[in-house]
Design a protein around this ligand. Structure first.
Ligand SMILES: Nc1ncnc2c1ncn2[C@@H]1O[C@H](COP(=O)(O)OP(=O)(O)OP(=O)(O)O)[C@@H](O)[C@H]1O
Ligand SMILES: [Mg+2]
Length: 231
């Protein structure tokens, strides 16, 4: 099977806020992921997990190396291609949820589909958004604004939003971080089911060992290196 996601010699350094020397987060990372695989990325706080996800999703630029998705360099797309890629191929569950505060839970879920590339529109879209809110246990909260939701509820709205366009690649940054054990488990089940049934390629950053162990491969940041953990 061919590789869907290829990370080649990926390096990221951040320039210092006041001109000083830049700080290296990681260098020369290599990772190959086949289509439909599931993968967990673990490692200490500050080791570069979110940085790596942002680079894979094209939300940040690498200092060196490249990220290829379906053979296409994520960081060498035209603005239109990049927008289409983020909207259609990619679902992103952020560590901080980034919901739009003036929109209801339901409207937040529908946002990615409103850009026009999406799989559904009109009543079909609304029905699908309501189904996704039901899947994450929020049927009763669809008209609430983010400010009227708990942290864990906001996180689940963000999960539903990431799934609305049926992405081929789902990047999830600590998706169960704000959830209690039971809700975390049901979200894990949803992610695993999605991976199996829709063959969504799944890259999940997590501190939760129980979630990491449900993925087919576990990779760990270890002193600036990314290493496969033997199962
Ligand atoms: N925009 C930025 N400018 C400068 N440094 C940054 C920036 N974003 C992240 N960093 C630094 O890069 C390193 C990696 O950060 P990152 O957010 O990827 O860590 P993480 O592994 O996701 O940690 P956590 O488990 O706490 O979420 C940290 O030392 C962080 O301070
Ligand atoms: Mg992080």
């Amino acid at each position: 099977m061919s590789n869907f996601l290829e990370i080649k010699n990926l390096t990221k350094a951040y320039s210092a806020p006041q001109g000083g020397s830049s700080s290296l987060v990681f260098s020369d990372l290599n990772l190959l992921v086949e289509a439909g695989k599931s993968l967990a990325i673990v490692g200490p706080s500050g080791s570069g997990k979110s940085t790596l996800l942002n680079l894979i999703g094209g939300l940040d630029s690498p200092t060196g190396g490249e990220v290829l998705i379906d053979g296409k360099n994520v960081h060498q797309q035209s603005p239109e291609e990049a927008a289409r890629f983020r909207n259609l191929t990619l679902g992103f569950i952020f560590q901080s949820h980034h919901l739009l505060p003036a929109l209801s839970a339901l409207e937040n879920v529908m946002i990615p589909a409103l850009a026009g590339h999406g799989v559904a529109s009109g009543q079909v879209l609304q029905t699908r958004a309501l189904e996704l809110l039901h899947e994450v246990g929020l049927s009763e909260r669809s008209n609430h604004l983010p400010g009227q939701l708990s942290g864990g509820e906001r996180q689940r709205v963000a999960v539903a939003r990431a799934l609305i366009n049926e992405p081929r690649l789902l990047l999830a940054d600590e998706p169960t971080g704000a959830l209690d054990q039971a809700k975390a488990e049901s979200l894990m089940e949803l992610l695993v089911r999605l991976n199996r049934e829709k063959e969504t390629t799944l890259v999940v950053v997590t501190h939760a060992i129980s979630l990491a162990n449900q993925m087919e491969e576990v990779w760990a940041f270890d002193g600036g290196d990314l290493k496969k953990v033997d199962s």
